[in-house]
Design a protein around this ligand. Structure first.
Ligand SMILES: [Zn+2]
Length: 378
């Protein structure tokens, strides 16, 4: 019965909307059905994902009852509402998606659908930076994400805790011995030894690895926190910009962050949102209290060069490019690879060509290697 109903509908749609008929004929199969509800779930990376619960319908011999709605933008664009009759399509093994709403069949009084502002799992506020289509939950204790967050925290580029594998994490979380990354530091040898297939020797090795991992760096720790959009490189940039002071980073406002070269608006929003969460603050505090230490960060001097941009060109003879970069970075300046109106100083070695010409055109101060060393007082 459902089939014949769907079939009729489909024919109706085709006669009114030939564009879809062509798309349908090509490869994917389309049928109409009704949206009974829109449920919101959370992906492994904390992405808020809306799913349409459908009146079960057969598409190409497979009965489907779910269709993905992707995100709020998709819902808005197609104006999908609960109770709507929709055309869905399924291509290959992919989860069906809603192609369009059959507006003629819309129930009176239906309302546009808006995703909640809170995580469907932990109810913390979700965040969606300007220009991103997906909203996310950044709560470090969100149970839908906690295993993944711990896996990331202990991984090589992060806190690097040897032997702390995925299976161990699964067991610890399932046995409720851990609900956040800070709980790593309160695990006992007995707790570990009692786990399945855990020899006392291995348990001791893990305890030792946990202790060893406490000597770390602010960059590693920031990366380990799993702030959305903040990878290994950005973590290093933040460590340097905040001179190893985590508290200042945690209190930083968007403007202070976007002022840092290499930190864009979306990243800045992610960072501020992450550190605003009280649970996250609590977890970080617990980690530090457990004895995580950051290695000293070389201090950046405030100087007349702070915030300036240098470009080095030609074959440098007095110093390497890497040394040049580190010299200007210590002065709070940065080295860039290309000349633009934002360039403040061009340092030209022998054989300088197009960059030198461009700098001359733009009236940028040009220095030889010796003049550069003199300029910065070396
Ligand atoms: Zn959550």
């Amino acid at each position: 019965k459902v089939n014949s109903f769907a079939h009729q509908d489909e024919l109706g749609v085709r006669s009114r909307s030939p564009r879809w008929a062509i798309a349908g004929k090509l490869k994917s199969q389309q049928v109409t059905t009704k949206i009974l509800n829109i449920e919101v779930s959370l992906g492994r990376t904390g992405a808020v994902t809306p799913v349409a619960k459908l009146e079960p319908v057969s598409v190409g011999g497979v009965v489907v009852s779910n269709a993905t709605l992707h995100n709020q933008d998709e819902i808005d664009r197609k104006d999908v509402r609960i109770g709507d009759t929709v055309l869905i399509q399924r291509a290959g093994d992919v989860i069906p998606e809603v192609v369009k709403v059959i507006l003629e069949k819309r129930q009176k009084g239906s309302l546009p659908f808006t995703l909640p502002n809170n995580c469907p799992v932990c109810s913390h506020e979700v965040f969606r930076p300007e220009g991103e289509v997906v909203a996310r939950c950044q709560n470090m204790e969100c149970s839908a994400q906690v295993k993944g967050r711990i896996d990331h925290f202990v991984s090589k580029g992060c806190m690097d805790i040897d032997g702390f594998g995925t299976k161990l994490v699964d067991q610890l979380v399932e046995k409720k011995l851990m609900k956040n990354v800070a709980d790593i530091y309160s695990l006992s040898l007995d707790q570990l030894s009692e786990l399945e297939r855990m020899a006392e020797k291995s348990a001791q090795n893990i305890m030792d690895a946990i202790t060893a991992s406490k000597k770390s760096s602010m960059a590693r720790f920031i990366h380990a926190l799993g702030i959305r959009n903040v990878g290994e490189h950005a973590a290093k940039v933040l460590e340097k910009s905040f001179s190893g002071n985590l508290e200042n980073l945690m209190d930083a406002e968007i403007e202070a962050l976007t002022a840092i070269h290499e930190i864009g608006g979306i990243m800045a929003e992610s960072i501020v949102n992450f550190f605003q969460d009280d649970t996250n603050k609590k977890v970080i505090k617990a980690c530090l209290k457990a004895g995580i230490q950051f290695e000293a960060v070389e201090q950046i001097q405030e100087s007349e060069f702070t915030g300036k941009t240098f470009v080095f060109t030609g074959s440098l003879e007095k110093f390497s490019r890497k040394d040049a970069q580190s010299m200007v970075e210590k002065l709070g300046a940065r080295a860039s690879g290309s000349v633009s109106s934002k360039t403040d100083y061009l340092v030209a070695g022998p054989g300088a060509g197009s960059k030198l010409m461009k700098a001359e055109e733009l009236n940028i101060s040009i220095y030889s290697e010796d003049e550069f060393l003199e300029l910065i007082g070396k």
